[in-house]
Ligand binder design. Structure first.
Ligand code: KIV
Ligand code: ZN
Length: 535
């Protein structure tokens, strides 16, 4: 611990990228992607990873379990409503972690109790009591959240929190579920809760804020100044609706202003930029250029007067050093003649352990890139490896494509796509533009009528020879899915991104279908059990 810091001033970072973040429309991470993010969160030094909501689907259960079994360092947490089945599912998913936590929640605002839960305050108290008691029988690390806390009657919420404490909850998280509160109001709510609940000062109090009014970080900070010592946040601020408080913003706020505020975190700030890039790539959510801390302009100076100032003395216009968040990792790492061994070492340094077929695939992509690009940077390597990782074994594969474009007639695209069963199908289509024709030809080849909703192209690094990264958001049968593709050829990157989004949409549809089929089977079984007298 740095000299002068006290344990009481340490703020725990509770990362919910894989739970609240994953609830964002269009995001559907597979098990491998979630594991990759969880390992990176461990390198980033977060204290708690909320790995998912295990009852919601077999896929989510599986991913949470894999993270609990593999990821070392942080506490691994699973979310549960107050029902017995939810808490059993959360516990079964996380029980193999070194340090498992169950997070259970129930709404305490009247609007949620009356309209959503259609129940009474008394029932909410009973459910909270039973849930925390059940969770405590499994583990001594139990978090309780009164959902919609910031819109709840504070006296009633305090009664529910007292019940959770009586049953042994060790962390109390009071969320601003709908992003409605303001910093002074949120801080005041915590002051009142400390007055009403004397035992609150003996447990960890937590903030969880949504960004509907753009105040998630400000509100979280206000809660910390009022005594909370855990902040729930997500990388790049992803999450329900407008998202959660952004992890990188709250961490760098506390880091940069530690001399005045006196609070600190155990986050390894040099891992921030890489974590942000990984999450953006795997979720398909691009980071806006002017985003605080991790936007590509966050450390760029456009105006001449600023550039002049920074050249003379960096701190004239910069309050943070880019190296603090790891932006210098874009140093050149490999050249055209580097071999497999050098590539493996560079990847290890970047935190990727690739061997066998994965290393061969990465090496092939690296050589292709090195032929076109003079120097291959760490950021290029990250892009190549994440691109390989996204290639799940059952996903569609782009075998070949041919796009004819001119300004005198409609563009024509022809594609050949390898389907999950190994067969190759062709499709051809004309369109309004080359990309439109290309995607319509893919639809024809795979036999699905997906609709393009968003399409973004960006360069991984600068220069004319840069790798291009394409993000696609599409809609299939009413559900959204995103995909990312990387290549020096923008059309190839587009095709990969589109096919990945399509694969994700189909996997999601299958999981939803089997989920509802399983629920239906369970309901049928219950009906039979009810009508059959016990022996
Ligand atoms: O926003 C919210 O209230 C939540 C709870 C589950 C903590 O995400
Ligand atoms: Zn939330």
């Amino acid at each position: 611990m740095t000299e002068g810091r006290s344990e009481q001033d340490r703020v725990r970072i509770f990362d919910t990228t894989l739970r609240d973040g994953e609830q964002s429309p269009g995001i559907a991470l597979n098990r491998q992607e979630k594991l990759e993010i969880a390992h990176q969160l461990a390198r980033l030094g977060v204290d708690i990873i909320e790995a998912g909501f295990p009852i919601t689907s077999p896929g989510d259960f599986d991913s949470v379990q894999a993270i609990a079994r593999e990821v070392e360092g942080p506490v691994i947490c699973g979310l549960a409503r107050t029902s017995k089945q939810d808490i059993d599912a959360a516990w079964n998913a996380i029980k193999d972690a070194e340090r498992p936590r169950i997070h259970t929640f129930i709404a305490t605002s009247d609007i949620h109790i009356e309209r959503k839960l259609q129940t009474t305050r008394e029932d909410v108290k009973g459910q909270a009591r039973a849930a925390v008691a059940q969770a405590r029988r499994y583990t001594d690390d139990v978090e309780f959240s009164p959902e919609d806390g910031s819109r709840s009657d504070v006296e009633f919420m305090a009664e529910v929190i007292q019940i959770a404490l009586d049953e042994g909850a060790t962390t109390i998280n009071v969320p601003d579920t709908v992003g409605y509160t303001m910093p002074n109001e949120y801080a005041e709510m915590f002051r009142r809760l400390y007055e009403l609940i004397p035992g609150l000062k003996d447990v960890t109090v937590s903030v969880h804020c949504h960004d509907d009014l753009g105040l998630a970080v400000a509100n979280s900070f206000a809660g910390l100044t009022a005594g909370a010592r855990q902040v729930e946040c997500a990388v790049n601020g992803i999450g329900e609706r407008a998202g959660n408080a952004s992890l990188e913003e709250i961490v760098m706020l506390l880091h940069t202003r530690e001399p005045s505020v006196g609070l600190w975190t155990g986050a390894v700030t040099r891992e921030i930029a890489r974590t942000s890039r990984l999450v953006s790539r795997l979720t398909g959510y691009p980071v806006q250029p002017n985003k605080a801390i991790v936007g590509r302009n966050a450390f760029a100076h456009e105006a001449g007067i600023h550039q002049d100032g920074v050249l003379k003395e960096r701190t004239t216009y910069e309050i943070m050093d880019a190296t603090t968040i790891g932006l210098d990792s874009n140093a050149i790492v490999l050249g055209k003649h580097s071999g497999r061994h050098a590539l493996r070492n560079a990847l290890e340094e970047l935190g990727f352990e690739v061997d066998g077929a994965a290393l061969n695939a990465a090496f092939k992509s690296f050589k292709e890139l090195a032929d076109k690009k003079k120097t291959v940077t760490a950021v290029d390597l990250e892009a190549i490896v994440s691109d390989e990782m996204r290639q799940a074994p059952t996903a569609f594969d782009l075998e070949s494509f041919d796009v004819e474009a001119s300004n005198t007639r409609a563009p024509l695209a022809r594609v050949r796509v390898r389907l999950p069963d190994g067969t190759v199908e062709s499709g051809s289509f004309t369109g309004d533009g080359p990309v439109d024709a290309f995607f319509s030809a893919i639809n024809a080849a795979v036999g699905h009528d997906a609709r393009l909703r968003e399409y973004h192209v960006s360069a991984v690094t600068g220069g004319r020879d840069a790798l291009g990264e394409v993000t696609v958001l599409l809609e299939l049968n009413g559900s959204l899915a995103s995909g990312v593709g990387v290549s020096t050829d923008i059309l190839e990157a587009s095709g990969k991104a589109y096919l990945r989004a399509l694969s994700t949409a189909l996997a999601k549809a299958e999981e939803d279908w089997s989920g509802s089929a399983a629920e239906e089977a369970e309901r049928a079984l219950e009906r039979v059990e009810r009508s059959t007298p016990a022996p």
